[in-house]
Design a protein around this ligand. Structure first.
Ligand SMILES: Nc1nc2c(ncn2[C@@H]2O[C@H](COP(=O)(O)OP(=O)(O)OP(=O)(O)O)[C@@H](O)[C@H]2O)c(=O)[nH]1
Ligand SMILES: [Mg+2]
Length: 389
């Protein structure tokens, strides 16, 4: 029987004869690909294409809240030393001060779309210690954390900053002050101080970052109502569209360009269902992304039976999420008017909700102009007056 020790030998070594090891191939080596070594062929190879991320993968990259520990850099220590030069007695104290520690700063950046790139802890850079000849240490550089526009910064339950516009900054943690060198303690009654102070530690804070999408209008609707199709039809955004519920798993913002050069940002958020406040479907946490919207678009699937119940359910879910949210200025958009059963249900919907319902089709683009006019109107009433200030 083969001793167990021999079994541990690599796969290419087998026992060939009595007391003799022979090297044999157990499997043929795959032929070398010519293109891998031939520079000429490699030149004609297509560059690797950027893979499009599926909506599911995008969701994995989308993070809208984060707990982060921030610590400012420590200040550099002050130094105690005396001037030394040949033939010069009692040169005096010349220990320099330490540099200040660097602050940690949060900065709203338009290129950043979610909080996924934010780490759980940040340490600011430390200041350098002072030197001889009254040299001060170098201060620590600022450490910037890039966050998406619309990030709320909370400490405990208190909101400490709202980074609502691009470039807005907030000092999350102050760097510690640098220590003093012994030169600082020179006084008339003490010509040779030896005292120096160490640098101060930086500020340490635990902050909660919460992303609330910034858009003028927010679209809410049941899954499959056609919100994403509508956003694609009126803006340059390209959210995924499919015939199954919960296709959209993260908010998308599209910009609608109006004729008078106005730009209206419209947010499409994942579908809401009855009982979302009890965590049914995707829950109602995504509603935080419409909290900042000045007006809402209730998108209704008109081809479903009793479409008006969708508006009632949506309003009740909004109200359960935040009191008064359903009272925001809004338009009811009845989608899928191209389908015969939808067209038949329209008079009944209008009878229940009033004539202000905008009936359209995101697929055939029928009556999109009316929606654009209403958007402009609402923008003029609720957003433009604030911009004038
Ligand atoms: N006939 C017709 N079908 C539409 C229309 N708008 C959307 N659809 C279809 O409805 C289905 C759902 O559309 P989506 O835009 O993904 O719906 P959604 O509201 O974004 O759905 P979720 O992301 O799951 O919340 C797709 O199969 C669309 O092709 C329309 O105006 N007419
Ligand atoms: Mg969608």
């Amino acid at each position: 029987m083969m001793p167990s020790r021999l079994l541990s030998v690599g796969p290419r070594m087998v026992l060939g004869g009595v007391g003799r090891w022979t090297r044999v191939r157990l499997w043929p080596t795959p032929p070398r690909l010519l293109s891998a070594s031939c520079a000429d062929c490699a030149k004609h190879q297509e560059p690797p294409r950027k893979k499009l991320l599926s909506e599911k993968k995008l969701k994995r990259h989308f993070v809208d809240h984060r707990r982060v520990l921030v610590r400012g850099g420590r200040g550099g220590d002050g130094v105690s030393c005396f001037h030394s030069e040949p033939r010069k007695e009692f040169g005096g104290p010349d220990g320099g001060d330490g540099g200040n520690g660097g602050h940690v700063v949060l900065r709203a950046d338009q290129q950043v779309k979610s909080l996924s790139s934010v780490l759980s802890r940040y340490q600011g850079s430390h200041g350098e210690a002072g030197g001889r000849k009254n040299c001060s240490g170098r201060s620590g550089a600022l450490l910037y954390i890039r966050v998406p526009v619309g990030t709320l910064v909370k400490e405990g339950r208190e909101v400490v900053a709202d980074l609502w516009c691009p470039g807005k900054e907030y000092i999350a943690a102050l760097g510690g002050a640098g220590g003093k060198g012994n030169r600082f303690f020179l006084a008339n009654d003490n010509r040779a101080p030896v005292t120096c102070t160490p640098g101060q530690p930086g500020q340490e804070r635990v902050l909660f970052l919460e992303l609330k999408t910034v858009a003028h209008a927010g679209m809410v609707g049941f899954p499959n109502a056609g919100k994403s199709s509508l956003l694609r039809a009126i803006s340059n955004a390209r959210p995924a569209v499919a015939s199954y519920p919960f296709t959209t798993l993260k908010p998308h913002v599209g910009i609608v360009h109006c004729e008078d050069h106005q730009q209206i940002a419209v947010a499409d958020i994942p579908g809401i269902i009855r009982g979302a406040h009890q965590n049914r479907g995707l829950g109602s946490t995504f509603l935080r992304h419409i909290e900042r919207c000045r007006f809402l678009l209730f998108v209704v699937d008109l081809s479903e039976p009793e479409p008006w119940t969708q508006v009632e359910d949506l309003k009740s879910e909004l109200e359960k999420y935040e009191a008064g949210l359903s009272e925001r200025p809004h338009v009811v958009v009845a989608n899928k008017i191209d389908l015969p059963q939808a067209r038949a249900a329209l008079p009944q919907l209008r009878a229940r909700l009033g004539q202000s319902v905008v009936a359209l089709s995101a697929t055939t683009r029928e009556n999109l102009e009316e929606l654009l006019l209403r958007l402009q109107e609402l923008h003029g009433q609720h957003v433009a007056p604030e911009l004038r200030w």
